[in-house]
Design a binder for this molecule. Structure first.
Ligand code: DGL
Length: 386
């Protein structure tokens, strides 16, 4: 499959548009085919067999359309169907799960009280049970099925403040929200409710969704296969739906256009807090000749105020600012001295995904270099090395 082939993204209905929109923002060179199955929504109250059958039909169609990867922009369909789809189709299939890990990691070791809002099927499936098992000993987790929130989006009632708030109160009044550290939006439809959740929750409670992680994962997978679209491609999104009414088409279009931007997200260095700390305290390294062959600085980053860079946050931020301006994908490598497990830091920039891989550290070297790899120089898996 060519790197210029589209990415298929689907959901039970309109929720996955929140993911498609994020792909569009982060990977503007990619063509996205979005399919919403609104005629069969909701999936969350169906049986796993029904969801598997519906998902299979959609992926089959995507494969016929020649997609290079599929994103299941639906936690429910991922729980019920992702494994089978991966067995059946020979393209990358990226799924989603409630971002419980992100919520628990925020506590840096302190016990967190987290509500996971999702569909009944997501919370009933084995995938969620396994996820819960990883965290329930150290954290207090409240799974909360909220099927009504899917219906409101599909019925175009998202702007009806009273209806939305009444529904939210129905689900969440049972909790003492002042004691909750985070609410995980474990359904892509719920991402559209961010502002309403903000109104409902105290400022101390974080609202977390899995969209960012999913898009980052998509970028990493495509990159590793050398399948990121070339930088000179102008990407787009084509919306399709099993409900062919004008109402759904308009609703889909308006959700695509109006989804709130989260500009602050793009500045955050993701990854676990330990890695972040390591990087903040400074990482040092040196580029070797082997690297130089495979990686290169963009010409205007090689010298001048911003280069060569050291591992300090200021230099990194400055480099990122420049990458954003130049609309480049950047893969930044802090160069080695002492072997240690690869540490990957990913930073999203509005035009793409930026990754730092800290390979080694050598404190005595006061200068390190961040190598920027261009999207048109995809690293092939078989080249090994890094
Ligand atoms: N948006 C989907 C999810 O993320 C499913 C909603 C539904 O159809 O029930 O789980």
């Amino acid at each position: 499959m060519a790197s210029t082939a589209p990415i298929g993204v689907f959901d039970s209905g309109l929720g996955g548009i929140s993911v498609a929109r994020e792909i569009r923002r982060d990977m503007p060179n990619e063509h996205v085919l979005y399919f919403g199955d609104s005629a069969n929504a909701p999936y969350g109250t169906k049986s796993p067999e029904q969801v598997r059958e519906l998902s299979d039909a959609i992926v089959k169609r995507f494969v016929e359309q020649g997609v290079k990867a599929v994103v299941i922009a639906c936690n429910t369909a991922t729980s019920a169907a992702a494994n089978e789809l991966r067995d059946r189709y020979d393209i990358p299939i990226i799924g989603m799960e409630p971002a419980l890990k992100v919520a628990c990691d925020r506590g840096h070791g302190n016990r967190q009280r987290v509500i996971v809002a999702a569909t009944p099927l997501t919370l009933r499936e084995r995938k969620f049970a396994v996820l819960m098992d990883r965290f329930k000993a150290d954290h207090t987790i409240f799974p909360e099925p909220c099927p009504g929130l899917v219906e409101i989006v599909e019925h175009g009632q998202l702007d009806d403040h009273d209806v939305v708030m009444r529904t939210l109160h129905q689900y969440f009044d049972q909790y003492d929200l002042s004691t909750i550290d985070a609410v995980v939006l474990g359904c892509t439809h719920f991402v559209f409710y961010r502002d309403y959740f903000r109104e409902l929750l105290p400022d101390t409670a974080e609202i977390i969704d899995g969209n960012e992680g999913t898009v980052r994962h998509l970028g990493v997978v495509l990159e590793s296969l050398g399948k990121l679209a070339p930088e000179d491609t102008e990407g787009d999104i084509k919306l399709a739906n099993s409900d062919t009414s004008v109402r759904i088409a308009q609703l889909a279009q308006s959700l695509l256009l109006t989804l709130r931007e989260c500009p602050d997200k793009a500045r955050k260095v993701r990854g676990n807090p330990k890695k972040g700390r390591r990087e903040r305290t400074g990482a040092y390294g040196q580029q070797n000749s082997d690297d130089r062959r495979r990686w290169r600085f963009p010409r205007d980053l090689r010298r001048g105020r911003d280069g060569p860079h050291d591992g300090r946050p200021r230099a990194r931020r400055s480099l990122l600012r420049r990458l954003r301006r130049q609309r480049q994908y950047g893969f930044l490598y802090l160069r080695p001295a002492r072997p240690q497990p690869h540490v990957l830091h990913t930073v999203r920039i509005p035009q793409g995904i930026c990754q730092f891989r800290q390979l080694h550290q050598k404190p005595q070297l006061r200068q390190s270099r961040l190598c920027v790899r261009h999207a048109e120089q995809p690293r092939r898996r078989e080249s090994g090395g890094l």
